[in-house]
Design a protein around this ligand. Structure first.
Ligand SMILES: *[C@@H]1O[C@H](CO)[C@@H](O)[C@H](O)[C@H]1NC(C)=O
Length: 161
């Protein structure tokens, strides 16, 4: 085999391995919420919370530096910047009516592709919004995710991040 073929096989195996590793290699978090409120009001509360935390008055938490981007009635886009390093994470929330409730699929992804471990920042980016907006207190509230879908979910400390 020539060198090119060997290199090709090597990179093919590497690429396959990367895709097969369940832990998000690129720091990110995907989760699903159910909130006991219709989607219009749920989205409104989340947008208000993003707006309330747009300033850089962070104290010791990361409940700050959120930026609202857009909402088309179904998908909400926003960004969060970490106060310390100014890393930017992209946030996306998709709202689907579910009876009288609203099912929200949330995603947070670090723009830095090499950010592998994030101390739960991507999880807290989303979790802080749902607790800050009080939606975690609605009837039938649930939050579903795991460490495979959400970097360092089980060790996250959202009081700090
Ligand atoms: C909702 O989040 C707030 C703020 O973190 C917390 O104090 C409260 O206990 C949570 N409520 C429920 C029902 O989990």
């Amino acid at each position: 085999m020539n060198k090119l073929a060997v290199a090709f096989i090597f990179f093919s195996i590497l690429a396959t391995m990367c895709m097969a590793i369940p832990n998000p290699l690129h720091a990110s978090c995907k989760l699903d919420w159910n909130v006991g409120l219709d989607c219009t009001n749920a989205a409104d509360k989340l947008i208000k919370q993003i707006d309330a935390w747009k300033g850089d008055d962070c104290g010791t938490s990361e409940k700050c530096l959120y930026t609202f981007e857009s909402f088309d009635g179904k998908t909400l886009l926003a960004k969060h910047t970490t106060p310390k390093n100014h890393y930017v994470d992209d946030l996306k929330m998709v709202f689907t009516p579910s009876g009288n409730d609203c099912a929200i699929h949330g995603e947070s992804t670090s723009e830095l592709w090499y950010a592998v471990l994030d101390y739960g920042t991507n999880y807290c980016n989303l979790h802080n919004l749902i607790t800050g907006s009080g939606l975690n207190k609605t009837k039938d509230f649930s939050e579903k995710t795991n460490d495979l879908k959400c970097t360092q979910y089980s060790s996250a400390n959202c009081d700090k991040y």
